[in-house]
Design a binder for this molecule. Sequence first.
Ligand code: FMN
Length: 193
Amino acid sequence: MAATRILVFGGSTRTGSLSARLAALAAKEIGLLGAEVTLISLGDYPLPIYNGDLEKDEGIPENARKLARLIQTHQGVFIATPEYNHSLPPLLKNAIDWSSRPKLTAELHHRGRVYAIGSTSDGMIGGARALIDLRKVIATAYGALTIAEQVSVSQAKTAFDDHGSLTQEAPLTLLRTVCARLVEVAARFAEPG
Ligand SMILES: Cc1cc2nc3c(=O)[nH]c(=O)nc-3n(C[C@H](O)[C@H](O)[C@H](O)COP(=O)(O)O)c2cc1C
């Protein structure tokens, strides 16, 4: 049987991004579970801020098509997000907005994908409030399932060691639980790409 394919990305392209670190660690853990992992950076898929005139005049940008195609060719997606004003950052929201436009979703069936989400913040609750909105946005944009388990890494500036792992056992165990559940549910319920 072919390995389950999981796409992983973070919601920040900042140098030294904490959510990019969480994405990289999730990718490693998912790979250890035997899944086939694709780790990308949204920085490799730059998109203009969504504007209806732009879509009407120029159509959907090629990078939005590429992102949507990547989602389609994976059964599961792990998104690591920062928290901006208790919500998800514009980079991530814009990527989801473009890749959820009806012209694309008509061609590609996002609906059969399974999502898992995690957050990072240097604060005490690890950006958990962003996950409330991210879960809602994924459901609305893609009509997709996000698994119940989620992980938030607090005090994230000091949470990662030099090898990119987490120094504290509790968030690492939770991340592993999230990754295992994502692979399990994606393998069982996702429609083939
Ligand atoms: C506009 C803006 C709003 C922010 N709002 C929050 C917030 O509500 N909660 C929080 O914990 N951190 C907040 N932060 C701090 C970011 O979470 C922090 O800069 C984080 O490191 C960014 O993610 P990254 O490391 O993946 O780039 C905010 C940062 C910016 C720039």
